[in-house]
Design a protein around this ligand. Sequence first.
Ligand SMILES: Nc1ncnc2c1ncn2[C@@H]1O[C@H](COP(=O)(O)OP(=O)(O)OP(=O)(O)O)[C@@H](O)[C@H]1O
Ligand SMILES: CC(=O)N[C@H]1[C@@H]2OC[C@@H](O2)[C@@H](O)[C@@H]1O[C@H](C)C(=O)O
Length: 373
Amino acid sequence: MRAAAASRYIGLMSGTSLDGIDGVLADFSQGKCLVTQHASAPLAPELRAELLALNTPGDNELHRAQLAANALARACAALVQQLLRQAALDAADIAAIGAHGQTVRHRPGAFDATGYTVQLNNPALLAELTGITVVADLRSRDLAAGGQGAPLVPAFHQSCFARPGQDMAVLNLGGMSNLTVLSATGQVRGWDCGPGNVLLDLWCQRYTGQPCDRDGALAASGQVQDALLRSLLTEPYFSRPAPKSTGRDLFNARWLQQHLAAAPGARVQDVQATLTELSAHCCAQDLRRHAPATRQLVVCGGGVRNRELMRRLQAQLPDVRVMSSDALGIAPEQVEAAAFAWLARQCLHGEPGNLPAVTGARGPRILGAIYPA
Ligand SMILES: Nc1ncnc2c1ncn2[C@@H]1O[C@H](COP(=O)(O)OP(=O)(O)OP(=O)(O)O)[C@@H](O)[C@H]1O
Ligand SMILES: CC(=O)N[C@H]1[C@@H]2OC[C@@H](O2)[C@@H](O)[C@@H]1O[C@H](C)C(=O)O
């Protein structure tokens, strides 16, 4: 490996929204994470449909899961080549790729009996195709140590955004939403709040055929249905104490269907408005309950681009300055992938990647398995 390469990492994230793969090239030579390149690629429609289908038990799923993992590794390798081209670098210039894989099951808790988390991935193939060391399987060690295996980004949020002596919170509006609370004292807390974009995408796709409610336009044209919102908010997950994490295992079409009876006459746009209010509400409520003194909320993830969601979030938090992570020098869609570049670096340096106070693990653990170049 070349000298400067030791500080360059690639992070790859395909999150619960299943909208595609985000990749970044990050430079850690100044101690901080500097994202120098970003690229994203949509998932091929057949792969997206198969990954979505693999979220629920089905026929011959072991075979199908491996094929999907291979296809994802190939798509990731193509994205890595794109990042290298953009940066005019080659494989020898990169220390490692942090490759999250695609979560298709997340059942944390009770590890001894039934807890597990599955991220489809083929890190061996990715290492072979790229000639770069790959760090993968970044969640299971935390889970084995009694943790949730998620969220993992709070440690990165701390390293990237924390300002000494300032209270601040960071909200990721991805498929799920997760909140990190950075206290002036240096304490870090974090958990998954609930559904971020996942139900918004699901509803919008079903009735408009569009992959997402672009800019929140559909939601903005509807009225929140109070009875439906109240029904959705009866979900026990919202009041469970941290540590907690969730996913499509809970917040999915079946879950939504159970509640729709509460709004028999609602129009498509009214349901969209109500789901948008739900996403804003569960994040705002968590911030108010658990970090009432916080006056700065940095938001990242694709949900930042949903203006109606951001408007509702700000309306629920009148005393808080809600801002995009752009304001702190990192684009919202780059934060998660950058976190996985950082996690790969932690692993190669033999440093812990988890925060036991967040995930509930018995202690700090080095996360990930290394597939050398
Ligand atoms: N212009 C836009 N208008 C509305 N929503 C948007 C827009 N751009 C992106 N989004 C939303 O952002 C989502 C993607 O966000 P992101 O990539 O952060 O999620 P993810 O990484 O898949 O999720 P997770 O953080 O749960 O793993 C899309 O599915 C869509 O709902
Ligand atoms: C199991 C899993 O993939 N969880 C994701 C998901 O997407 C958001 C939220 O749910 C968070 O818990 C996590 O991702 C981020 C990157 C994390 O681990 O911090």
